[in-house]
Design a protein around this ligand. Structure first.
Ligand SMILES: *Cc1c(COP(=O)(O)O)cnc(C)c1O
Length: 392
């Protein structure tokens, strides 16, 4: 079938790559030892500190977020170390699986994938660790599989109340440049991100921002590692920061992405995501009145700025809706991950997105609900328009 117009990517990643970034990357190869290139990459790393809201070090990797996870684990912890990973959904599970495969001892605070991390339960676990053998708490800020934004500040305060020295590392892959995470102000020791979500780039880069306590832990300890090792990634030349060839074209894209975020302003980037997420939620709340669906995130304040996860009533198939949206209407929505497959679909509303894009996607989704016979209160798009119109 001939397709006209634009395909819409309403996935929670990868996200739309803006034309400015595509153009910035569209270039021939060049010598990565050129001083101008080295200066550009150094400036990117400096500017990323502002986006991470830290004075710490930012280490770039040619890797997706999963690589970043391994960098975090192997730099901070030694095999056998106990690590506490509160259960938030598919991503906390996968990070835990990786930690186990690498020989770390993982503990969890059980979660139900529908409510935010219970900070009091986390405090209880840490208080019970009298010998202070838990070395780290690994938390996911926006758990993309459930659409829940977990309260990192509450987790920080719980660690403080327990007076526990564990490092706090946060997966902000789906939240950097989307919602606020004042790394230094909240004394988060490490934050991880990847290029293909809030940074609006293609997949292929991940970043780890490390504060003083994380840097100290890595300097003295960590696990056997080489590619991921921060200590091997220092020096004057850009190839040292990448422990090999810098990804030249991606880095030109990164420069453009940072420029775009700086031009808009980080608070404005957060506000735009908040507004567009509210627009999506207005439609879903409206549709849900007919009983065919509900928010996966039961606590309204925990619904994230990146992604809205919709749980279908028993007997209705989100995969059929997704297929129809993709094949007939050129809109890609996210499916359910892990145990949520076949029960949940997800609207991504992160990255390079504006009002007409979200309204278009919501319009298509309402059409697909109708075509597939999923019970919904008609008029969700009008509710979304009302949400936008109320915000002058
Ligand atoms: C997307 C995502 C990841 C993994 O990213 P990849 O680049 O696919 O490895 C990790 N954590 C969260 C919260 C994510 O949303």
């Amino acid at each position: 079938m001939l397709r006209r117009g634009r395909d819409f990517i309403q996935l929670p990643g990868p996200t739309n790559v803006p034309e400015r970034i595509v153009r910035a990357m569209n270039r021939m190869g060049s010598d990565f030892a050129e001083p101008t290139f080295t200066r550009m990459v150094r400036a990117c790393m400096e500017d990323l500190r502002d986006i991470f809201q830290t004075k710490g070090e930012v280490y770039p990797y040619v890797a997706i977020g999963h690589g970043g996870w391994e960098a975090v684990l192997t730099n901070l912890f030694a095999p056998g170390d106990r690590i506490l990973i509160p259960e938030t959904g598919r991503f906390s599970e996968s990070w835990r699986d990786m930690a186990q495969a690498l020989g770390f001892a993982t503990e969890t605070v059980p979660g139900d994938w529908r409510t935010p991390v219970d900070a009091d339960a986390l405090e209880t676990v840490l208080r019970a660790d009298r010998d202070r053998t838990i070395k780290g708490v690994l938390a996911v800020q926006i758990e993309t599989s459930t659409g829940i934004a977990h309260d990192i500040h509450a987790i920080r305060r719980a660690i403080d109340r327990a007076d526990h020295p564990a490092l706090l590392a946060v997966d902000a892959v789906a939240s950097l440049a989307i919602m606020d995470l004042p790394m230094d102000a909240w004394r988060v020791d490490l934050v991880l991100a990847a290029s293909q979500k809030g940074l609006m780039m293609p997949p292929g880069l991940s970043f780890v921002a490390a504060g003083p306590r994380a840097l100290a832990a890595a300097e003295e300890g960590g696990a056997p590692r080489k590619y991921w090792d921060w200590r091997a990634r220092r020096g004057e030349e850009s190839y040292m920061w990448f422990y090999g060839t810098p990804p030249v074209q991606l880095l030109h894209g990164l420069r453009e992405a940072i420029d775009m975020i700086q031009e808009e302003g980080l608070p404005q980037v957060f506000a735009r995501h908040h507004r567009l997420a509210g627009t999506a939620r207005a439609a879903v709340s409206h549709w849900a009145q007919a009983g065919g669906m509900a928010f996966q995130a039961v606590v309204p304040e925990s619904r994230s700025a990146s992604v809205t996860a919709i749980r279908f009533a028993e007997g209705y198939d989100p995969e059929a809706v997704r297929r129809l949206a993709r094949d007939r209407f050129s809109v890609a929505f996210g499916g359910g991950l892990g145990e949520l497959y076949g029960h949940v679909m997800r609207i991504g509303h992160l990255g390079d997105l504006n009002e007409p894009m979200i309204l278009g996607a919501l319009g298509v989704l309402e059409a697909c609900l109708k075509l597939e016979g999923v019970p919904h209160m008609p008029g969700g798009v009008t509710a979304a328009i009302d949400h936008l119109a109320a915000d002058r």
